[in-house]
Structures are given as C-alpha cells and as structure tokens.
Design a protein around this ligand. Sequence first.
Ligand code: PMT
Length: 409
Amino acid sequence: MVYPGTRPTVLKNRRILLIVSGGIAAVKIPDLIRRLRERGASVRCVLTESGAQFVTPMSLAALSGGKVFQDLFSLTDESEMGHINLSREADIVLVAPATANIMAKMAHGQADDLATTALLATDKPVMIAPSMNVKMWEHSATKANLATLQDRDIHVVGPGAGDMACGEVGDGRMAEVMDIVAALTDFFVSRAALGPLSGQSALVTSGPTHEPIDPVRYIANRSSGKQGHAIARALADLGANVTLVTGPTQEPDPDNMTVVAVETADQMLAACTAAAPVDIAVCAAAVADWRMAESTTSKIKKTGGASLQLNLTENPDILTTLSKAGSSRPRLVIGFAAETENIIDNGIAKRDSKGCDWIVANDVSAGFGGDDNTVHLITEEGADSWPTLSKKAVADRLATHITDHIKKS
Ligand code: PMT
C-alpha cells in the first residue's frame, strides 16, 4: 500500500462519491472527509437513513462543502442531480462504513434507497470499507456476499481487528481513516499504471488562445478549458502519458501529466510540435483564427473618434498540422468543431478539410464555458449523437472510444 504522504497529489481533483451507511464507524467519516479534502479530492456525500443515526447531515455538509444527498424521491435532487448522474459524476464510489446490510444489498442488486440505487446505477469503480460485529463479519452469508462483490471487482479496504463498540474483540473494525486514504491513493496509482492506455502517449489542447493586439489588449474567446482538461484527465486516468497544452484558463493543472501553458496559437503549435510524436492527439482548444499581422510594442492610442482598423492574419491550424504530419502523424487525431447550426454537416465538412480521423462536433449556441456539452462523434462510419452530458462524462465516453480504437488498431 502506498503511504499517502509519499504521493501527496494523487487524490487532487478526484471526485469521490462517499456513501455513509449505518454503523458506529460513521463517526470517523468527518475525519475521513477532512483528510480527503486536504489532499485536493472533492467529496460528495450520500447518507443512508441508518447512517444518519450516527452522523448528522449537517456535519457532512459542512466538511464536504456541499449538499448531502439522502432521499431517493426528492424532486429537487432529481431535477438538479438525478441519482443516475450522482453515481456517474464520480471517479470512484466509496462506501464507508459498509455494513453487513449494505454489502448484502449490493451483492443481491437490491435498490431500495438512494445509496443502493446509486450503487446499482454506477458505471464507476466501487470501494467498500466494511464495518460490523465480528460474528457478522465471520458469518457465512457475509463471506458469500463479500466473495460476490470481490468477483465483481469491488475493492475492499479492511476491516481491521480490535476492540469493537459492542464490547467484542476480533475482525470487523472499519479500516483506519488513513488506511482508507492510502487505499484510494493506491487505487488511482495502480489504475493509471495498469490502465488500458498505459504505454500510449497523448497530446491534448485545451482552452482559448490570447492574441496580443498591443501590450495591453488581446483577441480571445470564452473557452474555459473545462472540456479539454477533462479529456486530458480521462486519458491519464486510463494510463496514457498525457501532455496537456493549454491556453489561459481558470482550470487547475491536473497533477498526473505534463502541462504546458501557452498564450498564443503560435506558442500552442510550437508546444504541440515539441510534444510529438504521440499516439493520440485531441485538439479541444478554441484557437483564435486570427492574430495581428504585425506586432506592436506600444499601446495603440485612440484617435479622437476615428474608427480603427486592425490588420489581421490567419493563425496556423494546429489540428491540420498534426493531421498532415506525415510519418510523425499520431495514430489517431481528433478535432472538435464548435458549431451553432448544421452541426453534423459542418462537422463532417471540418473532418474532411482538416484531415483528422474523428471530429467531435458540439453545439455552442449556448456559448462556451458551461458544465455540460451536447456532441456528435463523427468518424468514417458516420455521426453518433450523444445525449447532453457533463463535460466530464463526454471526456470519459470519448476516452472509452479512443481506448477501443487503439486496442483494435
Ligand atoms: O473550453 P470549454 O469552455 O469547456 O468549451 C469547450 C469547447 C467548446 C471550446 C470545445 O468543446 C471545442 O469545441 N473546441 C474547439 C473550438 C474551435 O475552435 O472550434 P473550430 O470549429 O473553430 O475549430 C475546429 C478544430 O480545429 C478544433 O479542434 C480546433 O482546436 C482546431 N483549430 C482551430 C483553429 C486553429 N488555428 N488551430 C486549430 O487546431
């Protein structure tokens, strides 16, 4: 097990859905949340009815910094954050403490409350930290349930042995908080090392470019970098060795990759060329199409109401350059098409004109910068329209398609 202090950044930006079920060890969960957040993870909590007997929703909300989800049938939760989304917007689902009861429900696919429904609906890895009386832990029914869960690749941390709240001694104590932190750290380290894209290199562009007009002004666009950064993270999580070339954004630098910060299209092209050769290139950046034809070192002055004409020249096209790079062309080149109308047709035309393998055509009529995206994946086989998803879910889905393609090719 990796001691978490030696890998301080592995949990940074990880999204953990923490399901707290009803055992005395739930009293340790506030400390667990604190430790995870100290390491940069975000924690969203689901509290079962019996869990709420041991720890209050208010303390979990205060420590996690967000709403605590408790009710399957809350209309507000369903409209703002349906249970399906709740279970999929995480990088991992952690059940701590995991009682004998919730383990039995998980093993049998029961879904009679928000926690078990989220667990049945999730497509994300699940880790449990069992906690129960020693006799319950040793019971053949629990052993069979545990075996079923392990067969389904559910990760298990603990339990440990020792004095129990019920006065008995033996196995069944929930793993210590720092052991759970270490198990999560191990999980993310080994997932990247053993991931299906390990050994593959990927280049991702993200964010806008800023093209100086003069020393104090620039041409820019509203790209936030959310989509590009999410793709870089999704590929790194599957084990790819990622270089993220990003224009100016507010997005935090992901820790498990090389990040090259640039401002202009020229700098972005230079950074992409320096990163080559790579196996996979994804151009999600909103590169400014034009820059000033000539740079100026002094501020342009107002001229008493007269109009100003800027002499612009086209920027290099990074996607086209990568797509037509001859022997150093990536095996798979993916571009984005930001469109406001005729999205699929324009996407198909862009795939042809840029020479890339796939285009992710997205509807940007609502502007850049939001958390969701509606995209159509255009390949040589045609257009596959996806439902509106969070940018993270788009990234995960694209990363899965990339993995399948790379495995086949
Ligand atoms: O950053 P967010 O706020 O999350 O928003 C995400 C996004 C909308 C910016 C992203 O999903 C997206 O659509 N990125 C591409 C935006 C764009 O510039 O589209 P385009 O249709 O103008 O360009 C087509 C493709 O050519 C893109 O892959 C672009 O990266 C690439 N390009 C464009 C111009 C240029 N000079 N060099 C390029 O590589």
